[in-house]
Design a protein around this ligand. Structure first.
Ligand code: ADP
Length: 506
């Protein structure tokens, strides 16, 4: 046997006492009958008995049923057979505290001899904390599993090679494969063939430490139909931080997209209705506007006819006739342009974005908006920021917004002494701003906070949907519209976001 004790330490009672006192684990020495001979400080903490209440008592005092009843039997069995069940082996057992409560322990038992007196040593390691932690971990895992199972989103994990390792109930519902069918298969199971490249892209991004959030794409249901999903992918690391796979959360957005498409179609309908009603209101002005060039055409043609009448048309008359015909053609063109602009405007169409020179779009809308008001004494100030060039918008719809604002402004200024319409565009950090300002009476306080609600109007013949349409068009473009009192007049400000804009930098 190796010498475990250095010279000078061999026979010190203090050393023995210090060892007992310092040990974190409980140490109990019993005699061959089972009576407790030594019971250290850690035991007092563990069992709640002070040592003077247990020393001399049988050790089964510290054991709950069935060990309590069986311990005497263990001892006599050992004395008879020397068959070791726990001695030198150790095992998990249960301790009983003074208050009757029990706790899990790891018990190591050894035996020794002092002279001819045999004894057993028990070392008691409290397992409560470990057990509790394990139970908590298990509880947390179970909870997590329940959350994953009950999620409306498909939650799927896979290795870096794309092999599916877990597949929750919603994954079964959204993709049609049961967990048993999907686990162990390659994730390409749910990929349309033309989307397979996305998997490489996803893995590459995970490897570079990025997650993927709300990526909208298409996957395949078992029955072959396409499912629109919003995908979020996060890396899974092992305990040492190595990337070993990915968890994917897929939300089925097929219905949502269908609803969005429906809303957009409704918005188009509403916008179209708005344009028709604007056009209806403008019809007198339009008739007047078209009447002018057409009357002029008729006059020029009559004049030309007169000039061409007679026996021998003289050269100067011919020249005048040519000029009259040119003017007639010019006026016809003008009437034609007006009709074309109007037809474009009222035409029923799906919303469609294209790159447009934004300032030109504003100029055209102003022309349209001023139709019929040209001869009123409204002063127009148009300040357009040349830094704005091409913007991806639905031209007709944005013109509809501007036309609405301009017509409202014109109507508001009918009784204003110095009517002035100020329209400006400006490139700004977050996008582009358009302002339409008038010098009318401003917004009526009783409706100022509800301007953009439908059917809110102060006009006798008003429908109160113009501003609602403006708002829905601007919001469909990702922008905002607000109305403020300008003192004098009203100011309408539209912000359209940067991603619609292509400035000269691009
Ligand atoms: P409508 O023109 O049919 O009333 P709108 O939705 O276009 O419908 O406008 C709603 C209301 O907002 C108007 O009735 C008016 O009271 C107010 N409003 C709109 N523009 C102006 C403006 N430039 N100045 C003052 N009030 C305005």
């Amino acid at each position: 046997m190796p010498n475990l004790v250095a010279p000078g330490f061999e026979k010190h009672d203090e050393l023995f006492a210090a060892l007992l006192a310092t040990a974190v684990d409980g140490i109990i020495v019993i005699d061959l009958k089972g009576d407790i001979q030594i019971y250290n400080q850690a035991c007092e903490r563990l069992f709640g008995y002070p040592s003077d209440e247990v020393v001399g008592q049988n050790v089964k005092l510290l054991m709950p049923a069935p060990y309590h009843q069986e311990h005497d039997g263990y001892l006599s069995h050992y004395h008879k057979t020397h068959e070791r069940r726990v001695i030198g082996i150790g095992r998990e057992a249960v301790g009983r505290r003074k208050d009757g409560s029990t706790f899990p322990i790891y018990l190591s038992v050894g035996e020794g001899k002092l002279g001819d007196q045999g004894f057993f040593v028990g070392i008691i390691h409290d397992l409560s904390a470990i057990r509790q932690e394990a139970a908590q971990r298990e509880g947390a895992n179970r909870l997590l599993a329940q959350i994953v199972q009950s999620s409306d989103d498909a939650i799927v994990s896979k290795t870096l090679d794309g092999v599916i390792t877990s597949w929750n109930a919603s994954a079964e519902r959204i993709f049609g494969y049961s967990a048993a069918e999907a686990i162990g298969k390659h994730i390409s199971l749910v990929f349309p063939p033309d989307r397979l490249v996305e998997e490489d892209e996803i893995v590459a991004r995970l490897k570079s430490g990025q997650s993927i959030r709300r990526y909208e794409t298409v996957r395949l249901h078992k029955d072959g139909r396409e499912v629109l999903v919003s995908l979020s992918v996060a890396p899974i690391h092992d305990g040492s931080g190595t990337l070993i796979g990915a968890s994917k959360v897929a939300r089925d957005i097929t219905e949502q997209k269908r609803a969005e498409a429906k809303t957009l179609a409704l918005q188009d309908e509403l916008a179209h209705f708005g344009r028709l009603s604007a056009m209806g209101q403008m019809s007198t002005a339009i008739a007047h506007e078209l009447n002018q060039p057409l009357t002029a055409v008729a006059n020029y043609v009559n004049a030309a006819q007169r000039l061409l009448e007679g026996d021998s048309p003289a050269a100067p008359k011919l020249q005048s006739a040519r000029e009259a015909m040119d003017k007639a053609a010019g006026q016809t063109m003008r009437a034609g342009t007006i009709i074309r602009t109007l037809r474009d405007f009222v035409e029923k169409r799906d919303s469609e974005r294209s790159l447009q020179n934004f300032n030109d779009v504003i100029r055209e809308a102003v022309t349209l908006g001023m139709l019929g008001h040209k001869h009123s004494d409204v002063k127009l100030s148009l300040t357009l920021d040349p830094a704005i060039t091409a913007v991806a918008i639905d031209k007709v719809q944005i013109q509809q917004v501007l036309l609405n604002l301009i017509r409202n402004a014109m109507e508001a200024m009918v009784k204003t002494e110095h009517p002035k319409l100020v329209i400006s565009s400006a490139a700004e950090a977050a996008g582009v701003r358009i302002t339409v300002r008038d010098t009318g009476p401003g917004l009526s306080p009783e409706i100022a906070s509800r301007l953009f609600e439908p059917f809110v109007t102060t006009k006798e013949d008003g429908m109160g949907i113009g501003l609602k349409i403006c708002e829905s068009i601007v919001e469909a473009h990702g922008g905002t519209i607000e109305a403020i009192n300008g003192d004098p007049g009203a100011i309408f400000v539209i912000h359209l976001p940067l991603d619609l804009m292509q400035t000269e930098k691009h």
